[in-house]
Design a protein around this ligand. Sequence first.
Ligand code: F6P
Length: 359
Amino acid sequence: MLRIGLLTSGGDCQALNATMRGVVKGLSNNVKDLEVYGFEDGYKGLIYGNYRLLTAADFSGILTRGGTIIGSSRQPFKLMRVPDANGLNKVEAMKQNYHKLRLDCLVILGGNGTQKTANLLSEEGLNIIHLPKTIDNDIYGTDLTFGFQSAVDIATTAIDQIHTTASSHGRVFIVEVMGHKVGWLTLNAGIASGADIILLPEIPFDTRKVCDAIEKRHSNGKKFTILAVAEGAIPKEIAKLEKKEAKKAMEKIKSKYPSISYKLAADITELTGYETRVTVPGHVQRGGSPDPFDRVLSTKIGVYASQCILKQEYGIMVASVNNEIKKVKLSECAGKLKMVDPNDQTVQLAKFMGISFGD
Ligand code: F6P
């Protein structure tokens, strides 16, 4: 008998179900006796012993279904060693529930924070496999995360649709793209949709340079300008500050404006006189079905994970490296962030064709 646990943690994304389907189909096609336990709502289910036995039927017809059939929640890594309100030791509780079910392995789907707890559980002696999920694509050790490409598609469509209205009205438009502290989603959706200006957290922007780029376009006869702005974009003068001071300065902006994009829009209007609007697609970027690319990537990742389980290879993340699915040691990637390198070829080529990064 092989017993595995599944858990999805952190912000959801497309292809979580497709990935779990890959794991379970890979196992059930090769193992006679299999039990799969789904922990409900991420680590919360593992801590408090909320789980259900899943059957083959649960994994049928879910390749295209967005979200996660077992639910998710955010359980910050930094609080994992802190007892809960009733004094419960969360790490011990997770270990006990794992052992109570006599699991051979726990497959954990999640992003950076999730990965840190996965590594902690691995260090505590549990058999763990982490599968890299996030629309942010910021997990160190893998070129791609599932969910990313589907989110690029949605953000691209959002910017495409803004193009027509921006051009009719001759307006400046900011589309704020998700991505937390990194700019992968903005960079890719920005290029895919022909944005004129792309602002990323990794390349702090100078508002004057952004305005210069807008004015240059307008003096070349263009009536409108589209900016793809990462939610984590940061002005140059703030990026120069000490971490604490920078945090304070960003909090001050957010006390006055809903996000950095609205502050930038106000500054653009003040400095150039151009009417500027902001559109925030928000969680739409995480919703709906995985696109075909993500369906293939997540299926490969899931099935590869099933092979690792059969070979008893644990303490790993299943990654996509140079277009090949591989295993990477959890201890080598946990706690690291994969950011856009400002010297990255994609950034340099975009700059060469005239896209401004506001630097
Ligand atoms: O990590 C995925 C993500 O969608 C980020 O891009 C975004 O900053 C964050 O989650 C939003 O989190 P929440 O769903 O908790 O508002």
